[in-house]
Design a protein around this ligand. Sequence first.
Ligand SMILES: [Zn+2]
Length: 137
Amino acid sequence: MTSTTEARVSRPIADLESDSLLGSFPDGPRLVGTRCDRCGRTMIGVRVVCSSCVSTDVSRIELPTTGVLYTFTRLHVGGDGIRILGYVDLDDDVRTLADLREDGTPLRPGLRVELGVDGDNWFFAPVSGATKGQSDD
Ligand SMILES: [Zn+2]
């Protein structure tokens, strides 16, 4: 039995313009973000509408390269070794899911992390010198 009619479905408007979160900026490769010109909200990725106020007055920006590790987990997948995934709260109030690397510093929530770029891949790793205790004196 063959179907000759195809149902017309209305598709949601994609708010993300592209899948890649890494963009070229004067300072080098950075995570791409969008800032709403109406309400000031910052979002990750290139968006055509603000996810807070639905304004289309949005600008492409580069996101900060540093943030704080919110939480993480280690995934043991097949023979590929261990993949570390976590949520990073960037310094302008954007939370992103990211690959993490340890580079000798044990990961823990609250740790300062910074963006690293390896070809087309990006990740966050502890900020150099983050092993020192973060006492707020
Ligand atoms: Zn907005």
